[in-house]
Design a protein around this ligand. Structure first.
Ligand SMILES: [Fe+2]
Length: 208
């Protein structure tokens, strides 16, 4: 998946819009209802702000649907399942189970967080997406990487170097006011560096 096709003018932040975790609905049934009764905040699969096919030909509708309805949905479901088990283990004082569940919480919660950010980084052409970055972001890319083409090469190279699954991120380091490319393995949630502030993201590989 080429980076150029994914760059948009939009600059979302982690704090903007709907957060990746939502309270269970008051009318929830089954385990969601139980979670709500216990006061647990469960995750919910967010709706996309555009149709699956709206980013074609840069990203096909089939790929978008796969990542949303299969990958992201599974992360949400598995996170909520692990959360319920964690709640039960904590209630029983089952320390071994509490410890064992941490990896599932981190992996699936991270997958949910990362995908939620990713959807917000994309925009259809008829809504202003698909344009090369310009103005402040375009200038910063030229300053920190030499050119947009050099940035594309760097992000694609770092994505190709990831083993297994992971993400490549373009971020702004707030303290130095400098753009940087970061990679995170598997579904380690963004941000990997506390001082970073998200500018945009590129999905590298995402395996269920
Ligand atoms: Fe995915």
């Amino acid at each position: 998946m080429a980076l150029r096709a994914l760059l948009t003018k939009r600059a979302p932040t982690l704090a903007s819009g709907l957060g990746p975790f939502a309270s269970a609905g008051g009318s929830g049934t089954g385990w969601q209802g139980l979670c709500h009764a216990r006061g647990l905040k469960v995750a919910a699969l967010p709706d996309l702000e555009y149709d699956y096919g709206a980013l074609a030909p840069a990203i096909s509708g089939e790929i978008m649907r796969l990542h949303h309805q299969k990958h992201h949905k599974a992360y949400v479901s598995n996170y909520n399942d692990a959360l319920e088990k964690l709640d039960a283990a904590m209630a029983k004082g089952d320390v071994a189970a509490v410890v064992r569940l941490q990896s599932a919480i981190k992996f699936n919660g991270g997958g949910h967080i990362n995908h939620t950010i990713f959807w917000k980084n994309l925009k259809p052409v008829n809504e202003g997406g698909g344009e090369p970055p310009h103005a402040t972001l375009g200038w910063a890319i030229d300053t920190d990487f030499g050119s947009l083409e050099a940035l594309v090469q760097k992000m694609n190279a770092e994505g190709a170097a990831l083993q297994g699954s992971g993400w490549v991120w373009l971020a702004l380091e707030k303290e130095r006011k400098k753009l940087l490319v970061e990679t995170t393995a598997n579904q380690v949630p963004w941000p990997p560096v506390p001082s970073s502030h998200l500018i945009s993201s590129l999905l590298s590989w995402c395996l269920v």
